[in-house]
Design a protein around this ligand. Structure first.
Ligand code: SAM
Length: 252
């Protein structure tokens, strides 16, 4: 299996409630990430052979080119992306939020300077507070993706950006083999490695349900973002999506 999709980023299941269609059950997600928080970073890096580090590094480089002053990293988890942005944009104020305190404890230890326990669907910030909002492998885990995109848009200033990094589905000749791998091979290997096979079956389902590529760009537009664009990574198994919040004069 390509270990590039870090299975550890998905919740361990146990007897937790099942995810709801169109999004995830927040109690399930919060509890699951609380349980895996201590192992999250190392397991990600081992199972992905470090590819997740390269993806976040690329995001950091993009952000550095935009040179934002105020950045919010939503669903920051253990703070990997927030730290990368702090490293590549030393002049920026970076705030990391997550609704899982156990994950945020690791973010603080890792060096994220400003953290806050907060639900991404009801962010405790005034309208237009940030030049840029980022969310890595977080939107897919939210209970309501549209509400998440709209709430993040609310806290971005007019002309500011949203950047989403998440898993996506490759197209063309890779589509079927990747689906086979995701549904049949990855859960077996990950199950052997971690004892959490069910969690990885859930990972496959969550990736397949999540809007990918052009579908995500349409979703961005429907939620009021302009100039949405998409950068596939590693043959399309992950993608970066960027959209801009229209200035008042854009009529958006
Ligand atoms: C897969 S982790 C991603 C962490 C980090 N962004 C990264 O790149 O490794 C998903 C995170 O999303 C958080 N999350 C999911 N739904 C959320 C919500 N509604 N509000 C805040 N955080 C949420 C979880 O607690 C978890 O820390």
């Amino acid at each position: 299996m390509s270990p590039e999709s870090p299975p550890s980023i998905e919740p361990a299941s146990g007897d937790a409630p099942r995810p709801v269609p169109g999004g995830q059950d927040p109690a399930f997600v919060k509890g699951a990430f609380a349980r895996i928080a201590d192992r999250y970073v190392v397991t990600n890096h081992v199972l992905s052979c470090g590819t997740d580090i390269l993806w976040r590094r690329k995001v950091g480089r993009m952000v550095a080119e935009w040179d934002p002053r105020r950045v919010l990293d939503v669903a920051t988890g253990t703070g990997d992306l927030a730290c990368e942005i702090q490293r590549q944009c030393p002049g920026a104020d970076v705030v990391g939020t997550d609704f899982c305190e156990e994950m945020l404890e690791h973010a603080r230890t890792a060096g994220v300077r400003e953290t806050l326990v907060a639900d991404a669907l009801a962010l405790p910030f005034p309208d237009g507070s940030f030049d840029l909002v980022t969310v890595a492998f977080g939107l897919r885990n939210m209970a309501d993706w549209e509400k998440g995109l709209r709430e993040m848009k609310r806290v971005i200033r007019p002309g500011g950006r949203l950047l989403v990094l998440d898993f996506s589905l490759p197209s063309g000749i890779l589509a079927r083999p990747y689906a086979f791998y995701l549904n049949r091979i990855l859960p077996r290997i990950a199950g052997v490695l971690t004892g959490q096979r069910e969690a990885y079956e859930y990972l496959a389902g969550s990736i397949e349900r999540f809007p990918s590529g052009e579908a995500m760009l349409r979703f961005f537009r429907d939620c009021g973002y302009r100039g949405a664009r998409w950068i596939p990574l590693t043959c399309g198994i992950a993608s970066i999506y960027v959209g801009t919040v229209p200035a008042a004069t854009d009529g958006g």
